[in-house]
Design a protein around this ligand. Structure first.
Ligand SMILES: Cc1cc2nc3c(=O)[nH]c(=O)nc-3n(C[C@H](O)[C@H](O)[C@H](O)COP(=O)(O)OP(=O)(O)OC[C@H]3O[C@@H](n4cnc5c(N)ncnc54)[C@H](O)[C@@H]3O)c2cc1C
Length: 467
């Protein structure tokens, strides 16, 4: 069974429109998740171009409807690592860009009068080993150097103060010592292995409901310039010197620009008639990882929260240490009876190259056992054993080779642009990406960022002509 609470909670009244005849549009957006709708929102607001979304399934039913719903503005890749690769200025600018999406998210909600609640809270991350703490501290240090406000950045249990031995003072200064009990209470755990806790602004939101509401708003607001075609799979994207032709459902969509908001690189072949091969290059660079989650209902007597946990016996994947993440927020599953819903994720599995993700794949029993064992061991408000989740679901995350989202024109053909590759965290980056794509499309001069797609085979000149 793959049913997420976000899809279950969707109140969709909109009828879908099918793609049944050849059509023309200024900007075709492939993918109707939060990235696609954010791209459409900013493009419609900031330009006079017509936009059509081509969605293989239904709007918001991809990763947008199958995530943990934590709104966070950090990268899964360590910030210190991003500084090492791109330098402090570009890393700082990238962090600033993702942080700015908080304001954009609030602005969209206000502007479109969306009713999907965004619960903002202080989120915590719990550490059980010194190396995890040191890594977090290193990131905090570099964020401070980058001018990102962090104040005191991490709490450490006093009885583990020896972990600070040998730590440079400019890092150790970022640590506040508190009692072990206080750490456990911040992390809502009675598991003694957690002895350090970081914190940052977080939020919880049903991104599927946000996206579906946004779709309804844009259709109503821009009836002459905006269309959404659902159950329309783009199989072939043909790029030439003046635009592109998308082959979907046996018909053709001609566009001047096409923006891929497909999360990963699913079911689509790209033929670049105007330059070097893009297809192979990108299929090698973007891969899928399936993330598994489950949730249960709780009385509505605790405030929303978002907490991540790094246990000592954590497994290591290609993306680094696997951690568990928990969100709690209000939910109305049973006929308007308000509950909290507690969602837990962590286990993941890499999708083999060129294999299409099967959204109907059964939820594995061993994953259910693993998550239940984690909840029982960790969460102090865990339900009585045996835990029977109200929802189990999985979704696809797109990872890029360097762990950084791709936003911008394809260097080998600027008629194609990307806003994809969540690398585990995609809600705020999708919104930032949508805004930046609209800047490219409106011809605005933009500064280079770490998100710019790169291809050594194609000249920098191509990027300029994207504008
Ligand atoms: C288990 C899990 C937990 C997550 N937790 C968080 C979290 O807590 N916080 C966070 O910020 N992010 C999280 N994410 C990531 C986040 O959900 C995604 O980054 C975000 O929803 C991606 O939005 P998107 O629009 O890029 O992709 P999607 O929502 O997947 O949308 C892409 C759409 O493209 C369509 N598509 C693909 N190929 C084609 C084609 N050929 N033709 C037409 N349409 C096509 C798909 O049908 C899909 O609807 C999580 C993801 C998963 C799976």
């Amino acid at each position: 069974m793959n049913l997420s609470p976000w899809i279950d909670q969707l109140k969709r009244t909109r009828k879908e429109t099918r793609l049944s005849a050849d059509t023309k549009v200024d900007v075709a957006v492939i993918g109707g998740g939060i990235a696609g709708l954010s791209t459409a929102y900013f493009t419609l607001k900031k330009t006079d171009k017509s936009v059509a979304i081509i969605e293989a399934n239904l709007v918001a039913h991809g990763a947008t409807g199958h995530n943990a719903g934590q709104v966070v503005s950090y990268f899964e890749r360590p910030f210190s690592n991003i500084v090492a690769e791109f330098g402090l200025d570009l890393a700082a600018q990238a962090q600033d860009a993702i942080d700015s999406a908080w304001v954009d998210l609030e602005t969209i909600i206000h502007d479109a009068n969306l009713q999907t609640p965004l619960h903002r809270c202080t989120g915590y991350v719990g550490f059980s080993s010194r190396s995890q703490m040191i890594r977090y501290l290193e990131d905090a240090y570099w964020k401070k150097r980058a001018g990102i406000p962090i104040e005191r950045s991490i709490f450490l249990a006093k009885d583990h103060a020896k972990w600070l031995e040998g730590v440079a003072s400019d890092r150790a200064d970022l640590v506040s010592l508190i009692t072990h009990h206080e750490i456990q209470s911040l992390l809502e755990t009675d598991d003694p292995q957690y002895v350090a806790a970081g914190f940052s602004p977080k939020g919880c939101m049903n991104s599927a409901s946000f996206t579906e509401e946004l779709a309804g708003y844009l259709l109503a607001q821009y009836p002459d310039r905006f269309a959404i075609y659902e159950y329309a799979t783009a199989n072939i994207l043909e790029l030439n010197g003046t635009g592109s032709v998308i082959h979907a459902n046996g018909v053709e969509v001609r566009s001047k620009k096409t923006v891929l908001c497909t999360n990963g690189f699913e079911q689509i072949t790209i033929l670049n008639r105007g330059g070097a091969d893009i297809d192979v290059n990108f299929h090698e660079q973007v891969h899928g990882t399936i993330g598994y989650m489950q949730a249960y209902l709780d009385p509505i007597d605790r405030s929303p929260t978002a907490i991540s946990y790094f246990p000592a016996d954590t497994k290591v994947s290609a993306q680094g240490e696997i951690y568990y993440y928990l969100t709690r927020r209000p939910h109305d599953k049973e006929k308007h009876i308000r509950h909290n819903i507690v969602c837990i994720g962590g286990p993941e599995e890499r999708l083999p190259e060129r294999i299409t993700y099967n959204k109907n794949q059964a939820f594995p029993d061993e994953v259910k056992k693993e998550i239940n064992a984690f909840v029982e061991r960790t969460y102090e408000h865990a339900p009585a054993s045996p835990i029977e989740p109200a929802y189990t679901w999985h979704g696809l995350m797109g990872y890029t080779a360097n762990g950084i989202r791709l936003i911008g024109p394809e260097p080998c053909n600027p008629h194609l642009l990307y806003n994809l590759g969540c690398n585990g965290i995609g809600i705020l980056p999708s919104i930032y990406g949508g805004k930046r794509i609209s800047q490219f499309l409106s011809g605005k001069k933009v500064k280079p960022t770490i998100f710019d797609p790169k291809d050594y085979r194609c000249s920098i000149e191509n990027k300029k002509t994207a504008r």
